[in-house]
Each structure stands twice: as structure tokens, then as C-alpha cells.
Design a protein around this ligand. Structure first.
Ligand SMILES: [Zn+2]
Length: 271
């Protein structure tokens, strides 16, 4: 082989190597491109999955709270007194009558919201307190709300809202009732107070007595005997709101335990 051919063959070999290297470089660029493309798709998929997971999470939280709100809790409503036991009386007003009026209004509001309501009495009949608590236990009520109104014979300016509890597990319910009735009625919130009462201690579930205002107060009395008064409807709305909040927004309930001496002027301490 002469030098020229050697040179020519050398040229060809070197050109082939260049082509080979060029193709390799292109392939490498292609592979890197494909890798980047695939990585991006993977990343996008991952973030979409994360988004959909977080959407699912917030969705399930809403669903849970809706389920909670829609769950048919059992509420035992107890209109205090009745029959021969009128409770407090003042002028034309008997506590037993207005307790029943308010309880029936609460029943209507909560019934529309899907709660299961039981009543310890639905008319003007006498039922002993122990029998009322036993009845609420027998229907496996989630809560017992006893509706009363306060009275103070010797001072007709006294008026405030309170709720009474006995067990520690009653406090949240009593507070929720008091928070919403005092707001709805625009009346002084006196705080909740412990009350040794057979209805409250026989009840196996959280139970509370609502005492939204004094029927012996001049202003309350004038309002109650007026046909245009919305006082009892407002009170029922407050009690119903307190019950709903107890189940749905328990973390928002403020508890204030009364430090004052409470005026409890009651005729039903016996049974
Ligand atoms: Zn009473």
C-alpha cells in the first residue's frame, strides 16, 4: 500500500469515527431529552396526585362535618313542671305553660334539621323528675335539655340567663345553651352553675337545665303577655342553636362558670 492510499484509508477511518461520534452524541442528547421529558411527566403526575389527594382530604373533611351535622342525634327535651306542678307563677304566667311552649318550638326547629326528638311530656300533665330522666335514658338520648324559667318574687328587676349542670360532662352542653340563648335574647349571661338535681344526676347522658330569663321581671312579664312578643320564639331559636352547636361546633363553645351566688327560687326540689 502506498502512502497515498494509507492516507486515504486514514481519512476514511477518521471520517467514520467522526460520524460514529456524531451519532453517539445525537443519541446521547436524545436519551437525555427523553429522560428530562419523562422526569417532568413523573413530577407533574406526582403533583397532580398530591393535589387530588389534598382535594380528597378537604372533601372528606367537609363530608365528615356534613355527616356529623346530618347525623340524627337523639335529643330528649324536658319541659319542666306540668299538671299539678305549675313551677313558678307570676300574674297570668305559669312557668309550666311557657316551658312547654318553648319545648314544642325547639322540637319543631330541630325536627326540621333531622334530629330525633323525644319529649318527657307533650301536654299539661305531671311527670316526676326521676321518671323524666329514666325516660330519656330508656330512649338512649345523646343529650337531655330541660327547659325552665327563673323567678324571684321579691325583686322584679332581677333578670339574667343561666344554665345548670351537675356532672362534669354536662358543662359543655350547659355552656352551649347559655351562649346562644343569652345572645338570642340579648340578656346578661350569668355563667353556668352546678345544681344538685335528680333529673341531672339520673340522666346518663350530658344534661342541662336552661333558665333563660326571669318571668318575675317586669320587662319580661310585659313582653310575655303581649300578643306580639317573639320572646319565646327567640328563646327556642337560642336553645336549638345551642344544641346544634354542641354537636357541630363544640370547640367554639365558651364556658363561664358563675362566680356569683345564683338565685334559684324553685318549688320542685322535692322529687
Ligand atoms: Zn322550673
Amino acid at each position: 500500500m502506498n502512502d497515498y492510499r494509507k492516507f486515504a484509508i486514514g481519512q476514511i477511518t477518521s471520517r467514520k469515527r467522526k460520524y460514529f461520534l456524531g451519532i453517539c452524541a445525537l443519541l446521547l442528547v436524545g436519551v437525555i431529552g427523553v429522560l428530562i421529558f419523562c422526569t417532568n411527566i413523573f413530577r407533574n403526575n406526582k403533583s397532580e396526585t398530591a393535589n387530588s389527594t389534598s382535594n380528597q382530604n378537604s372533601g372528606s373533611a367537609i363530608l365528615e362535618s356534613e355527616t356529623l351535622a346530618a347525623k340524627k342525634q337523639i335529643v330528649c327535651l324536658d319541659p319542666g313542671h306540668g299538671g299539678s306542678d305549675t313551677g313558678a307563677t307570676y300574674g297570668k304566667i305559669s312557668e309550666s305553660d311557657i316551658n312547654l311552649t318553648v319545648a314544642l318550638k325547639v322540637k319543631a326547629i330541630l325536627g326540621d334539621l333531622g334530629y330525633q326528638i323525644y319529649m318527657t311530656r307533650s301536654d299539661d300533665s305531671f311527670v316526676a323528675k326521676r321518671a323524666r330522666a329514666a325516660y330519656c335514658n330508656s330512649v338512649n338520648a345523646d343529650i337531655l335539655v330541660s327547659i325552665h324559667h327563673n323567678s324571684y318574687e321579691t325583686d322584679h328587676t332581677v333578670d339574667y340567663d343561666t344554665a345548670l349542670y351537675y356532672k362534669d360532662s354536662d358543662q359543655l352542653l350547659a355552656s352551649s345553651l347559655l351562649n346562644s340563648t343569652s345572645a338570642e335574647l340579648n340578656i346578661k349571661d350569668q355563667g353556668i352553675a352546678k345544681f344538685d338535681n335528680s333529673l341531672l344526676w339520673i340522666a346518663k347522658m350530658p344534661a342541662a337545665l336552661s333558665e333563660s330569663f326571669f318571668i318575675t321581671n317586669k320587662g319580661e312579664y310585659s313582653s310575655l303577655i303581649s300578643n306580639s312578643s317573639t320572646r319565646l320564639s327567640d328563646e327556642a331559636k337560642g336553645i336549638a342553636t345551642g344544641i346544634v352547636n354542641y354537636f357541630v361546633n363544640p370547640e367554639q363553645i365558651k364556658t363561664l362558670v358563675s362566680q356569683d351566688s345564683l338565685i334559684i327560687d324553685r318549688t320542685d326540689l322535692g322529687d
